[in-house]
Write a protein that binds this ligand. Structure first.
Ligand SMILES: *Cc1c(COP(=O)(O)O)cnc(C)c1O
Length: 377
């Protein structure tokens, strides 16, 4: 039996063809017609004014924070439950991340606590230079209270929508909630350019400044003229060609991931103490992109989830722990955290199940049987 992966990309003949076209066109550079086209299509898809194709989602986050002048001496408020890339971008600027706990239902940030954290830090005299949200596993944060609260306080919101392309909230696409947003096309994401990302915004000035910084801050002069430090962050035209093809299939891929989640939900409904993230009572996951399905197993002894992950591995199935919260990471051992027990609890009881479009129905059946055995056996 072949190994079942967590979230493996698939590539069609059409996509191979597009990459070949890009190669043969002579635009073998980090600029070219495929990049322009890809940027326009992603902007249209997410309903923002413009997009800047970059080498990674992390680069997009870095440029977003630089735009807002985030730097040494500042603090940036961010969810604890996220991938390290979110906080790495903050640290690149010299600022200090301050972590906020999750809500139990979907592991997304606890918005009320996030606003509380901002106010508490400001009352202590800290400069909260930005707030970064993360639309975790392809599900939007509840922006209804957060966006006006931050606007009222004059604090910029940067949306880390790396995992959430194609998801939405109340008809607004993920990637459109902050002053700007980062999305990722890394190999395991909902769609891929093998590696890449974009910065999205309605602020065209922000985008043109980021574009300039992403090309080594080169001044418009006949020679290489520089007045400040820049970055080499642009996306290759070859990779944009793959992205254009993948985007054509985004809705089909989301539909398949949803189908897989529905199969898991049905198959585990009778299991004691088992629930899926975003499917708790009162939750509606119909606008999530279902990038990864997270399962929580409650009421077992400590270490139980580690054995479930090991059991999957022994059965040649790749399942993974949820993101280990940043406040539990060795590098942030002394970081300031608001709450933290909920995210820690989710980490100790949760895992991501194989969710990729490469899964056959037989694969899903195998995952279901293995999980049931591990959880009940
Ligand atoms: C994948 C991811 C990123 C980083 O994207 P890259 O393109 O890999 O740099 C940032 N934040 C989150 C939440 C992610 O999942």
């Amino acid at each position: 039996m072949a190994r079942i992966h967590l979230s493996k990309a698939t590539v069609t003949e059409r996509e191979e063809q597009l990459v070949l076209e890009a190669l043969r066109s002579g635009w073998v550079a980090p600029l070219g017609p495929m990049v322009d086209h890809f940027e326009a299509e992603i902007a249209e898809r997410t309903g923002v004014a413009g997009a800047l194709a970059l080498s990674s989602g992390t680069a997009a986050l870095h440029l977003a924070l630089l735009h807002h002048g985030v730097g040494a001496g500042d603090v940036v408020v961010v969810p604890s439950m996220t991938f390290a890339a979110t906080t790495n971008a903050i640290v690149y600027t010299g600022a200090t991340p301050v972590f906020v706990d999750s809500q139990a239902s979907d592991a997304n940030v606890d918005v009320a606590l996030m606003i509380e954290a901002v106010d508490a830090l400001r009352a202590e005299g800290e400069n909260v230079a930005a707030v970064v949200t993360v639309d975790l596993y392809g599900r939007a944060v509840d922006y209804s209270a957060l966006v006006p609260a931050l606007a009222e306080r004059g604090i910029p919101l940067v949306e880390d929508a790396a995992e959430a392309l194609g998801a939405s909230l109340d008809g607004e696409a993920c990637g459109s909630f902050g002053s700007c947003a980062a999305i990722s096309f890394n190999g395991n994401k909902i769609m891929t350019t093998s590696g890449g990302g974009m910065l999205l915004s309605n602020d065209t000035e922000l985008l043109s400044r980021a574009r300039y910084l992403s090309t080594q801050a080169r001044q418009p002069a006949p020679w290489y003229e520089h007045t400040e430090v820049g970055y080499n962050y642009r996306m290759s035209n070859l990779l944009a060609a793959l992205g254009i093809g993948q985007l054509e299939r985004l809705d089909v891929m989301i539909a398949r991931r949803r189908e897989i989640r529905d199969l898991y939900a049905d198959a585990f409904a009778d299991l004691d103490g088992v629930r899926l993230l975003g499917r708790s009572e009162g939750d509606d996951d119909s606008h999530d992109n279902c990038w990864l399905t997270g399962a929580i197993v409650e009421g077992r002894e400590p270490g139980f989830i580690d054995r479930v992950v090991e059991g999957f591995n022994a059965a040649d199935i790749e399942a993974r722990h949820l993101w280990k919260p940043m406040h539990m990471q060795p590098m942030y051992a002394s970081a300031r955290t608001f709450g933290g027990d909920v995210a820690a609890g989710l980490f100790h009881s949760g895992l991501n199940l194989p969710s990729g479009v490469d899964l056959s129905d037989d694969d899903v059946t195998r995952v279901i049987a293995t999980f049931r055995e591990l959880v009940t056996g």
